[in-house]
Design a protein around this ligand. Sequence first.
Ligand code: FES
Length: 82
Amino acid sequence: MKIEVCMGSSCHAKGASRVLDLLREAIAANKLEDKIELAGSICLGACKESGANLRIDGEIVTGITKENFYEFFNTKVIDALK
Ligand code: FES
């Protein structure tokens, strides 16, 4: 699985760096380093959405915040890897 975190200025202002930190922590905590490639991305073209935006295996996922991060991670990452 490839997860790209938007590093554009709009997402940065909406907490993308924090989401990237949470992703790194969650990937390590779940020992998923060999299953997930983490990368940065230029603007994904979804700046109007609230929260930070990501792309997972080509699918744009919008609105990630530190508040909804674990719900996102469990459904879009953990469940998807099963
Ligand atoms: S800056 Fe992230 S979608 Fe545009």
